[in-house]
Design a protein around this ligand. Structure first.
Ligand code: SIN
Length: 488
């Protein structure tokens, strides 16, 4: 294998069902392609309805035992899994870069970030608390306990093949749930590699099941099978809405981390050098392919030209290329279709009067998955870059007059995941933070994701929170017990 792994056993290509690595029943496979080179790097099992049903049955049986493990036992196993991921960080990062394209250093960062969720929830497993509640009658007592939801189905995206999975698996397992996961077909190898490590550290058979294949079949079985009690999805708002509808038939709980349209507001009292640093990290992380990436830069008109000048200088320093090459800051987009969509945003904005001030010749001769970072000045709300998620390295810069216009522009969207603003005025910090209709607010900060903080959005950006002390609640049911006859 050309990846030159220290531990080639991590490169799994079969589905994991009930602790066994299996081909699809019909032996079919799906190619996994390196988006930098177009090379086929693996062929994974192409599973469908029957394999999904088997995985769900295995998860149901395994959960009966898993929920009886003590919180400490579950926490200890998660801790060993976390440590094993860090031991294998170099191999896991290579696998991630090969299938997803992001620069190797960024891939290592993702492995540490993803492992961080496992570490966090290994500890939180021991902190599942119930309640006693004052009863209305003297011969009654009220007690609430928390119990695992049961079998959880997880569907995860290609942009963070490691961290989006651990962010669901870790709280689910800590709570005592078992899981059936469907990673994106474009990036299944990272999921299989961490599942291999989970098996090695002793997480029991059937507690984690992972399969790739025919998305519509796997999704339909996950959402309709009554044994599945919860679905957790990260992906587009459009698909999230369909899954919520499909889950209604069996009244499953859902957690949804859906699309964003993050504004990044720069007020005229901001530290512009810091604002530029924040804009670079929040716009170009993962080549602009994150749900929390800045989508719209909103800059106060009095500092518009100065900000754009500094931003242009910083963007010119970004390097684009194969994620395995030294010093690369931006890799390819996931596939040619994604790159064509992003180019469509640029064309639409230019046709409506925006100006591109970046050097787009830097990707000449590269495969079509590479899109050069682009700044669009003179952006206006009638452009698609204002209303739709770009998911690529395109930075449209809009201007505003005052605070109330900035807030109105920022909130003028159907979604509400992350937003950012830069100002040194303490009163404005509170006013603006409270007025923004978003689940996550970066204030003088462009990098907001970490396992200790609640990640999630409002409006059409989804339901539920991942990570933090709140993240476990999504995997627990509250059971109220009323005890009577106390005085007899
Ligand atoms: C996402 O794009 O859905 C997640 C990004 C993050 O965790 O920072």
């Amino acid at each position: 294998m050309f990846l030159d792994l220290n531990d080639p056993g991590l490169l799994r290509q079969q589905a994991l069902i009930n602790g066994a690595w299996l081909d699809a029943d019909n032996q079919q496979t799906l190619d996994v392609i390196n988006p930098s080179s177009g090379q086929v790097i693996a062929a994974v099992a192409r599973c469908g309805t029957l394999e999904t049903r088997k995985a769900i049955a295995a998860a149901e049986a395994a959960q009966l035992t898993w929920k009886q493990y003590s919180a400490r036992q579950r926490g200890d196993l998660l801790r060993s899994w976390f440590e094993s991921m860090l031991e294998h960080i170099d191999d896991l990062a290579k696998i991630l870069t090969a299938e997803q394209g992001k620069p190797l250093a960024e891939a290592k960062g993702e492995i540490a970030y993803g492992a961080g969720y496992i570490e966090w929830f290994a500890e939180e497993a021991k902190r599942i608390y119930g309640d006693t509640i004052a009863a209305p009658d003297s011969d009654k007592r009220i007690v609430c306990i928390k119990q695992p939801v049961g079998v959880v189905a997880c569907i995860t995206p290609w942009n963070f093949p490691n961290a989006m999975l651990t962010r669901k698996l870790a709280p689910a397992l800590a709570a005592g749930c078992s899981v059936v996961c469907k990673p994106a077909n474009a990036t299944p190898l990272s999921a299989y590699a961490i599942a291999e490590l989970a098996c090695r550290v002793g997480i029991p058979d059937g507690v984690i099941n992972i399969l790739t294949g025919v998305t519509s079949e796997i999704g339909a079985e996950m959402t309709s099978n009554p044994k599945v009690r919860k679905l957790s999805f990260t992906g587009s708002t459009e698909v999230g809405k369909q899954l919520i509808e499909q889950c209604a038939g069996t009244v499953k709980r859902t957690s949804m981390e859906l699309g964003g349209n993050a504004p990044f507001i720069v007020f005229d009292d901001a530290d512009l050098a810091e604002a530029v640093k924040g804009a670079i990290v929040s716009k170009f992380r993962n080549a602009g392919q994150t749900c929390v990436c800045t989508n719209r830069l909103l800059v106060q008109e009095t500092v518009y030209d100065e900000f754009v000048q500094l931003f242009q200088k910083a963007v010119a320093e970004l390097t684009i290329g194969d994620g395995f090459d030294e010093g690369i800051s931006i890799g390819p987009l996931i596939d040619a279709g994604a790159a064509a969509d992003v180019r469509g945003f640029i064309d639409d904005a230019i046709a409506k009067g925006a100006t591109s001030i970046s050097d787009q010749t830097i990707t000449e001769g590269m495969p079509e998955t590479f899109v050069a970072p682009v700044i669009l000045t003179g952006a206006t709300p009638d452009m698609r870059v204002f209303s739709d998620e770009i998911f690529g390295p395109v930075a449209p810069v809009f201007s505003f007059k005052d605070e109330s216009e900035a807030i109105a522009l920022a909130n003028d969207t159907t979604v509400g995941l992350a937003c950012y603003f830069y100002t040194r005025d303490i009163g404005r910090i509170w006013r603006v933070a409270e007025a923004l209709e978003y689940g996550i607010v970066g204030i003088n900060e462009g990098l907001i994701s970490n396992p200790m903080a609640p990640f999630g959005g409002v409006k059409e950006s989804g339901q539920g929170r991942e990570g933090s002390k709140y993240g476990m609640d999504d995997y627990l049911e509250i059971k109220y017990m009323c005890m009577g006859g106390i005085n007899s």
